[in-house]
Design a protein around this ligand. Structure first.
Ligand SMILES: Nc1ncnc2c1ncn2[C@@H]1O[C@H](COP(=O)(O)OP(=O)(O)O)[C@@H](O)[C@H]1O
Ligand SMILES: Nc1ccn([C@@H]2O[C@H](COP(=O)(O)O)[C@@H](O)[C@H]2O)c(=O)n1
Length: 201
């Protein structure tokens, strides 16, 4: 199995890049694991306590479960990937049966912060977009798709997202094999990754 890790700050376009890669490859050949599915289970907390979690700090992620699942997939085992709700700020309780594929992509803001996870990745990619561009995209997306309003996004941006990005996420660029500039849609970079995957398939 070829494991590709795709990191980069919120709104840089990780999910969009992954979808573009998937769209043009044969159905079912490439699997995706989202770091968001591995936010720690917070069922024991009240809704108000969950809202105040710092979701941009590495400790918010259940890296033990994530790395265990990636190792299982590498060992050709099926896993039950948790499902996550950005509206409830918690796992939904449902899981998606995820089968091992010749190529698996794991994507998320913090995946290159974890040394064990980095070592599991055969190719490490960092998607870069400027912070103003990312904030604009995040505002539009979170209001349209994640049940947020202007005040929620800006408050989270100032209080946790921006400082965590500077402290934990941006520095992981140095671990990347490939950095994709993504202020604009980068068709050439997506084509290069698609070709690497097509060779493996
Ligand atoms: N290169 C790009 N140019 C303009 N908008 C983009 C670009 N890449 C992604 N977007 C948009 O920005 C928003 C966030 O992108 P997304 O792929 O969800 O980012 P991430 O997964 O890194 O948080 C989405 O609404 C997406 O359509
Ligand atoms: N309940 C949550 C959990 C996470 N977030 C934010 O999601 C961002 C990571 O996801 P991307 O798709 O944008 O990479 C991260 O910046 C968290 O702040 C959230 O708002 N609510």
């Amino acid at each position: 199995m070829l494991l590709i890790g795709i990191a980069g700050g919120t709104g840089c376009g990780k999910t969009t890049v992954v979808n573009k890669i998937l769209n043009e490859l044969p159905d079912g050949e490439v699997g995706v694991i989202s770091q968001d599915s591995y936010y720690k289970d917070t069922t024991h907390l009240s809704y108000d306590e969950r809202v105040s979690i710092n979701f941009d700090h590495p400790r918010s992620i259940d890296f033990d479960l994530l790395t265990r699942h990636l190792k299982d997939l590498k060992d050709n085992k099926v896993i039950e990937q948790p499902m996550y709700s950005f509206v409830k700020h918690n796992r939904t309780g449902d899981t998606i049966l995820t089968h091992p594929r010749k190529v698996m992509i794991v994507e998320g803001i913090l995946i290159l912060t974890n040394p064990e996870l980095r070592d599991l990745c055969d190719i490490k990619i960092y998607v870069h977009a400027d912070s103003d561009e990312r904030l604009i995209r995040r505002l539009k997306r979170d209001i349209a798709e994640r049940g947020r309003d202007l005040d929620e996004v800006l408050t989270r941006y100032q209080n946790t997202l921006k400082p965590m990005h500077t402290q934990f996420i941006e520095p992981t660029k140095e671990h990347a094999d490939i950095i994709i500039p993504n202020n604009k849609h980068n068709i050439v970079a997506v084509d290069i990754i698609k070709n690497i995957i097509a060779q493996k398939l």
